[in-house]
Design a protein around this ligand. Structure first.
Ligand code: GLU
Length: 312
């Protein structure tokens, strides 16, 4: 089995991100498998070298190691272009000249999938060669994949059966943005396949992206991995833990000089793997069991954090 952690270094890692890293690492180590690190730094403006340094330091401090040289998405555009070209040869990709505002105006439903904006109504799906060259003169296109109609089904290793009609909910989706950068959906599929990842464990904010990714695996004739989506860690305000929740930044906790076993104890408690008392990595490997992972979001309480760290 081959697993991976694929962070975007756009801020300091908090305990929610770290928990996903830990669980992926535990899943791989418990199975005697390989664990890889991939740096998802396609968003050049938001990814900063100091966040990458912090990330390495965080992982090392906890003892989470990886087995091969990390892949950097920012260095892999040629591979993404090859995959896109393959889709183009099959007529599965087309240039799209729509702006966000145009898509919102044309959309019949206000929202498709939360973060991803409204469903794309297919405005540019059937442009003639002439229209394409005409529009290319004034605007650089994005490229969209022709989503297949009908439900995509898969069984998540934690959440169970999941189905989504990508065409109905999201519509044709972007594989290359109009600033020339490959989309997350394309890059993640190409990279997981290139790294021969067999098990993807990540936060359940990405569960709704998985059907799109499965359509790309199929279109590119690549074997899809197994997926396990863990419910996110929420702050006390009920919002997902974010880079703004400074108290839960691992760099902050490292700086407080408490041993990593204290942090591991808290992460284990959030994962059904412990009662919050300090714990070592090897004993977590021995304890790891997918069936005890929580199916609902976990709430991170500052009081619990202070207890776990022995700070009061
Ligand atoms: N880079 C993504 C993130 O930090 C994770 C991608 C994935 O695990 O598929 O949210």
């Amino acid at each position: 089995m081959r697993g991976r952690f694929a962070p975007s270094p756009t801020g300091r890692m908090h305990l929610g991100n770290i928990r996903s890293a830990l669980l992926g690492w535990l899943q791989a180590r418990a199975a005697g498998g390989t664990f890889l690190l991939r740096i998802e730094d396609l968003d050049r403006a938001r990814c900063k070298p100091r966040f990458l340094e912090d990330l390495y330091e965080d992982l090392r401090w906890l003892g989470l190691d990886w087995d091969e040289a990390p892949l950097f998405q920012s260095e892999r555009d040629a591979v993404y272009r090859e995959a896109q070209a393959e889709l183009e040869r099959e007529g599965l990709v087309y240039p799209c000249f729509c702006t966000r505002a145009e898509i919102s105006r044309a959309a019949s439903a206000p929202h498709g999938l939360g973060d991803d904006g409204p469903r794309y109504p297919g405005t540019c799906a059937h442009l003639t060669a002439e229209q394409i060259s005409e529009r290319s003169r004034t605007r650089a296109p994005a490229y969209r994949f022709r989503a297949r109609p009908g439900a995509v089904r898969f069984t998540d290793d934690l959440m169970g059966p999941y189905a989504q009609d990508v065409q109905a909910l999201v519509g044709d989706f972007v594989v290359r943005r109009n600033d020339g950068v490959a989309s997350y959906q394309l890059a993640v599929v190409v990279d997981d396949a290139a790294s021969r990842i067999t098990h993807v464990l990540r936060g359940d904010d990405l569960l709704p992206s998985t059907p799109r990714q499965l359509q790309l695996y199929e279109a590119l004739r690549l074997p899809a991995p197994d997926f396990l989506h863990v419910p996110l860690v929420m702050g006390e305000d009920g919002k997902r833990l974010a880079k703004r929740d400074g108290a839960f930044a691992l760099a902050e906790l490292r700086a407080r000089g408490r041993p990593p076993e204290h942090v591991l104890g808290l992460l284990a408690a959030w994962s059904g793997l412990g009662d919050g008392s300090p714990v070592s990595l090897p004993s977590l490997v021995a304890r790891f069991d997918v069936s005890v992972l929580p199916h609902a979001p976990v709430v991170a309480r500052e009081s619990q954090l202070l207890d776990a760290l022995g700070l009061r």
